[in-house]
Design a protein around this ligand. Sequence first.
Ligand SMILES: Cc1cc2nc3c(=O)[nH]c(=O)nc-3n(C[C@H](O)[C@H](O)[C@H](O)COP(=O)(O)OP(=O)(O)OC[C@H]3O[C@@H](n4cnc5c(N)ncnc54)[C@H](O)[C@@H]3O)c2cc1C
Length: 187
Amino acid sequence: MTSDSQPELEPRAEVLDTHVHEPVTRVDVLIIGAGPAGLMCANALASVGVDVRIVDQRPVRVAAGQADGIQPRTIEVLQSYGLAERLIREGNQMHMCAFYNPNASGILERTGRAPDVTAPTARYPFEITLHQGAIEAIFLDSMKARGVTVERPVVPTSIKLSAEEDELRDPDSYPVQVSSGCAPFTF
Ligand SMILES: Cc1cc2nc3c(=O)[nH]c(=O)nc-3n(C[C@H](O)[C@H](O)[C@H](O)COP(=O)(O)OP(=O)(O)OC[C@H]3O[C@@H](n4cnc5c(N)ncnc54)[C@H](O)[C@@H]3O)c2cc1C
């Protein structure tokens, strides 16, 4: 990668020989970043028994909002992981949007209303609003029940790919090494 702030990608063999003295932790999948995407991925992999670890640079998890609206098809995906019931219980159902604008006197008045979602055939024909901290908590609790927690604060500093053809072809090898200032991961 080109930016100074990005981890370097280079052959691993030389670095293994000369620089690494820490014990190495092996894992099949390492996820860097525990936002909604990373948590979704970690939970999905953990739910089918894949050996996965997830790290994040933030010392604590998100407490409040950002991604606050969950669309019908996404609720269906969460339902397939057994997470929709809690989402619907804790969130608010949003069926309709109202639009307000100032009238000629400068007073706010409602100028329109429209369905919030246009998916009448969806199993959940509404949007769920719930702050990102609570959405992430649903994933975190599900992962915890499967023995996976977010390791934080962890900031990877380098990623090395093995230069050994045999190692790269071997499905049982761990040809990628990530260092983070603590014990490196290979996967
Ligand atoms: C104000 C605001 C409102 C929003 N409202 C909505 C909404 O209503 N509905 C909706 O669907 N979306 C909404 N979004 C968008 C939503 O927040 C993003 O789409 C979503 O957070 C993206 O998830 P992500 O997991 O891809 O990335 P992020 O949420 O950005 O998560 C990335 C994670 O990776 C970690 N990380 C990054 N780099 C490293 C590194 N080098 N080492 C270790 N960890 C690292 C970060 O700490 C972070 O926890 C909103 C966004 C904002 C800013």
